[in-house]
Design a binder for this molecule. Structure first.
Ligand SMILES: Cc1cc2nc3c(=O)[nH]c(=O)nc-3n(C[C@H](O)[C@H](O)[C@H](O)COP(=O)(O)OP(=O)(O)OC[C@H]3O[C@@H](n4cnc5c(N)ncnc54)[C@H](O)[C@@H]3O)c2cc1C
Length: 481
């Protein structure tokens, strides 16, 4: 690949970009500094310019200029990644939040045609009153459709419908070569299969046709508490059975019941002789959709499940259910959580190894290390619902996602990163596949090859050569060797 512009050559090229494209390019320090990091607040690097485009043609002009002048370029939706995946050191960040149009809703073929920068929240509030919902929604709806399509986009209905990248029917992409290409499973499938979960390595998604499904307007949610992970998993297998259509979504967590202090070695030093510990429980949240006047039969629905306690039953409208975590994010903002570092470590484990790994990890996890409102994600899914080649998971009938999602004050960050990296490596040792929007420390091509598997890694590298021949797209995050 070609050497990218650096230092004075990069500054000159950026200056030239602003002169060529005028208002579309923002060089102001206060604007560029808004893009110096992401939700993770672990990696800090300031872009040389912010580009705000209205359509694919405008994006293509910027990419062609960057290609000619060897300027790095990265796409950014809402910047919710956690190790700088949506940042660039001195290059151009394409802020797709300027592309916010929902072009049409096709009620017969069941899809929405949206600009890549549209956030899921805006699509939800438009389509739910019409009787539709995107099949898969992430917990946080304040993220862009292209942003999650470029990572995967996992949600509480993924065990049925795969990822949000699976929900994509057709994409408009500006490749790293500067070509505007429409792609789908049938046309230009190589590009379609590359940009989905492609982390902006191959091009910029400017438009997405994404699936919708018909939905009912009421949602009932059952909060079921398990205190045994094995029993939880057995029940989850039943709920996820394709023949079992009782429930619409399955959500879960590992919830600590802090006990006190336990001995872990000799002496009285914290983390050497003693540590705080928790008794871990596993809430399972199941929902059922229904129409007003056609109330679900709770007893019938929950029959056969072996939970420890039925804690709570909640009623939502469909829109409220989709947006149900907004109060949680409000707490994060109010508690200072949102402003802290978030080196989130999510991994997707083989079903048969998940219990051993999770119980070991939780046994060694002092609950206070999660910080205010940090939490542990538990995400059971079927293993056959995604056909996105670059979204890696271990396969098998079922898989188990698991994640430590802490909020870390800066003074504890180094220690937290070291520990999280250790857990990440251990999960990989257990056959886990890391979720790539999180805290990723892969440095070498060998680590990337291990993540993707040799065959997929070869496809990834070949796609890079084809669609980004000069290596300008999001350089640095993935080491191609
Ligand atoms: C509070 C919170 C909750 C979350 N919950 C979930 C969850 O439930 N499920 C889940 O899967 N994830 C979840 N995430 C992770 C989040 O969904 C992903 O990081 C997602 O990619 C963020 O979308 P974004 O618009 O912020 O994208 P960005 O962070 O801006 O970008 C993500 C990646 O995609 C690339 N990209 C962005 N736009 C484009 C484009 N137009 N074309 C090509 N590449 C592009 C970027 O370069 C970057 O590599 C959560 C994150 C947070 C902070």
């Amino acid at each position: 690949m070609t050497t990218l512009a650096e230092g004075e050559a990069l500054s000159k090229a950026i200056q030239g970009l602003a002169e060529t494209f005028g208002d579309r390019i923002d060089l102001r320090e206060e604007e560029r500094s808004k893009f110096e990091t992401d939700f993770g607040k672990v990696v800090f690097q300031t872009p040389g310019a912010v580009a705000r485009c209205q359509n694919a043609e405008q994006v293509a002009e910027i990419i062609r200029y960057c290609r000619e002048h060897k300027v790095p370029i990265v796409a950014r939706g809402q910047g919710h990644t956690q190790t700088g995946q949506s940042t660039t050191n001195g290059g151009v960040v394409v802020d797709t939040s300027a592309m916010q149009t929902i072009h049409s809703i096709n009620e017969d073929e069941l899809y929405a045609d949206c600009d890549g920068g549209v956030v899921w929240h805006d699509l939800v509030v438009k389509v739910v009153p019409m009787g539709f919902v995107p099949p898969v929604l992430t917990n946080n709806l304040g993220v862009s459709i292209a942003g999650t399509t470029s990572v995967a986009g996992l949600g509480v209905a993924s065990y049925k419908y795969g990822t949000q990248a699976d929900s994509a029917i057709e994409l408009e992409v500006v490749t790293g070569a500067g070509d505007i290409v429409t792609c789908s499973r049938e046309h230009n499938a190589d590009l379609f299969n590359s940009v989905r979960s492609g982390l902006s390595q191959f091009g910029i998604i400017t438009r997405v046709k994404t699936k919708l499904r018909r939905c009912k307007q009421k949602v009932r949610m059952y909060h079921l508490l398990y205190d045994d992970l094995g029993v939880f998993m057995k029940d989850a297998e039943g709920v996820m059975d394709p023949d079992d259509t009782r429930f619409h979504t399955l959500e879960s967590r590992c919830a600590p019941c802090p006990i006190f202090m336990k001995r872990i070695g000799d002496g009285l030093k914290l983390r050497e002789g003693a540590q705080l510990y928790a008794y871990w429980t596993y809430p399972m949240f199941l929902t059922v959709e229904y129409d007003e006047g056609d109330e679900p039969n709770d007893e019938e629905l929950l029959k056969g499940l072996s939970y420890h306690r039925h804690l709570q039953t909640d009623e939502y409208t469909q829109e409220e259910f989709c947006r149900r975590l907004e109060p949680v994010f409000e707490i994060w903002h109010n508690s200072g959580n949102w402003q802290m570092a978030h080196p989130w470590m999510e991994t997707v484990l083989p079903w048969d190894k998940a219990q051993e790994f999770i119980e070991f990890a939780l046994d060694n996890l002092p609950p206070q290390s999660l910080g205010p409102a940090g939490h542990i994600l538990l995400w059971p899914s079927r293993g056959d619902t995604s056909d996105v080649p670059f979204f890696k998971h271990p396969g098998g009938d079922f898989v188990m996602g698991w994640g430590i999602l802490p909020a870390v004050p800066q003074q504890f960050l180094d220690m937290a990163l070291e520990n999280l990296d250790m857990v990440s490596k251990l999960s990989i040792g257990y056959g886990g596949k890391r979720y790539l929007s999180g805290f990723i420390t892969f440095k070498t091509p060998a680590e990337w090859e291990e993540h993707f598997g040799t065959e997929t890694w070869e496809r990834f590298k070949a796609a890079k050569k084809t669609f980004d021949p000069d290596g300008i797209m999001n350089p640095g995050f993935i080491n191609y060797g």
